[in-house]
Design a protein around this ligand. Structure first.
Ligand code: FAD
Length: 466
């Protein structure tokens, strides 16, 4: 027997060749070891800062492969990572050593026009999902960048342009098929394994591997979408107006603000908008926001929903270094905006941005106890996005993100969105708990104890069993 790797964590990462053969025989899809063709491409994720090398990668072709991989990892005491779209900046989709359960080839999507629902596998990205559902004029709330996976985004909550009208991605989840740590395939819905269904909607990948998602769809598009660009020295006035404007804006209007660098190298404040309703009504509602300033540029116009969903793709190519930090905000007071503007003026990388995301409408109306997602009453979320190309520039870029995050603490309401959390070693266990909130955390711990008592699924925003 040849040992493939030395154990490095509290879970064993040691494989032997007999065990690998056993895994290979059990899978319909491929399994890859270090040095084999395709291994390096399969281990890469969105954030190039993460350079982990699993001992083996199981490229699952269906639920049976997921069951085989989960059983194999559990029986051999291996560290497990689960990869959906591979977009999580924390890099939890891939481990150093252990087994990566790679779902990225599971791409089936089936729209049911009678019930206006869709079934999609966990390797599907939002671009693929929207392409399929929009062929029938339908959509559901999904991520703002088309290469993000439906899996991780939905399990953590799922913010998107349609959330004011239709709630979060997880609010549109009707059912999910889940492989639990003991290798069973369970369906979770309002009528089956209801406790698990509650936990999946905001509790992340803690309870098992989802092999199929069923979502409610809605008639959507075309829409009014685009951006308004303001000079940084006008940002304070513009954001004050924006704040009062959005207090009364209808559910159909989705907006958020980003402090970024223009293609010409100028620091600017950008208001992104999308109006999901009649174009004439959108023109009327957006008129005061478009008139204020006036902005340096107004690039708002009618567009298909799939184009709205790709408005930001160019700003987020895979393969750059990413370090993000986030917190919900109490509000947008003048001092908070001054701090943001000061830091925006000194950003070390033109790819970095400071986003203020608006929560409203249907997100806030879902009962707080209906799902594990815990931040229904938030109005704004702050997301500090550090992005740069040169790995050697890590220190200055990480410092910029941390400094701003620290300076914004007086304006924070304390909690954080699960999907924006970084690595636990960097964030600390208390921050992870604050993503779920104290009451929900206790309920989630009980659920973890029931479905994953040995914490097999620990490479996520981890809820520890008792
Ligand atoms: C460029 C960019 C844009 C983003 N935009 C948005 C946005 O608009 N709205 C928003 O809400 N969030 C957004 N996010 C955050 C995003 O929701 C999270 O990064 C999310 O985890 C990505 O899901 P994924 O499947 O692509 O990631 P992965 O990295 O593959 O997985 C993320 C986590 O989920 C677990 N997981 C993945 N698949 C499964 C599964 N099938 N079963 C169980 N566990 C699983 C993984 O183990 C990991 O812990 C964005 C992130 C990036 C980098």
């Amino acid at each position: 027997m040849t040992e493939m790797e030395i154990a490095t964590t509290d879970r064993r990462n040691v494989f032997n060749t007999d065990a690998i053969e056993q895994l290979r025989r059990g899978l319909r899809g491929a399994s890859l070891l270090q040095g084999e063709g395709g291994y390096d491409a399969a281990r890469k994720i969105y954030n190039a800062m993460i350079d982990h090398r699993p001992t083996a990668i199981a490229r699952c072709a269906g639920a049976a492969d997921v069951i085989c991989s989960v059983n194999f990892a559990r029986d051999n005491g291996l560290l497990v990572s689960v990869r959906g779209g591979g977009h999580n900046v924390s890099g939890n989709a891939v481990s150093d050593g252990g087994l990566m359960i790679d779902l990225s080839l599971m791409k089936s999507i089936r729209v049911d026009l009678q019930t206006r629902t869709v079934r999609a596998e966990p390797g599907v990205t939002w671009g693929e999902f929207d392409r399929e559902t929009q062929s029938f004029g339908l959509a559901t709330t999904g991520g703002l960048v088309s290469t993000t996976g439906i899996a991780g985004l939905t399990l953590g909550g799922g913010l998107g342009w349609l959330m004011g009208k239709y709630g979060l991605a997880c609010d549109n989840l009707i059912s999910a098929d889940v492989v639990t740590a003991d290798g069973r395939l369970l369906t979770a819905s309002k009528s089956q394994n209801e406790d698990l269904f509650w936990g999946l909607r905001g509790g992340g990948g803690n309870f098992g591997v989802v092999t199929s998602f069923e979502f409610q769809l809605h008639p959507v598009g075309p829409m009014l979408g685009g951006i308004l660009v303001h000079r940084l020295d006008k940002a304070a006035e513009a954001i004050k107006f924006y704040d009062s404007f959005t207090q009364t804006s209808p559910d159909e209007l989705g907006t958020f603000v980003a402090f970024a660098t223009s293609p010409e190298g100028e620091r600017v404040m950008v208001i992104f908008v999308s109006y999901n309703g009649a174009l004439e009504a959108g023109e009327r509602i957006l008129k005061p926001l478009r008139a204020f300033g006036p902005p340096l540029a107004d690039m708002i116009g009618p567009m298909p929903y799939v184009k709205v969903q790709r408005m930001m793709d160019d700003a987020f190519p895979a393969g750059r270094q990413n370090y993000w930090k986030s917190n919900f905000l109490k509000g947008l007071d003048a001092e908070a905006i001054r701090v943001i503007v000061d830091h925006a003026a000194n950003v070390p990388s033109p790819y970095s941005a400071i986003a203020i995301e608006q929560f409203s409408g249907a997100v806030n109306r879902v009962g707080i106890d209906n799902t594990a997602f815990n931040h229904r009453n938030a109005r704004y979320n702050l997301l500090i996005v550090g992005i740069w190309s040169d790995p050697a520039a890590k220190a200055v870029n990480v410092k910029w993100v941390r400094d701003l995050w620290g300076a914004m603490q007086p304006f924070s309401s304390g909690g954080v969105y699960v999907n924006y959390l970084g690595q636990e070693a960097d964030e600390g266990v208390e921050r992870v708990k604050s993503a779920y909130g104290p009451q929900k955390y206790a309920r989630l711990v009980a659920l973890k104890q029931k479905y994953d008592p040995t914490n097999l699924f620990r490479l996520n925003q981890n809820i520890r069993p008792h």
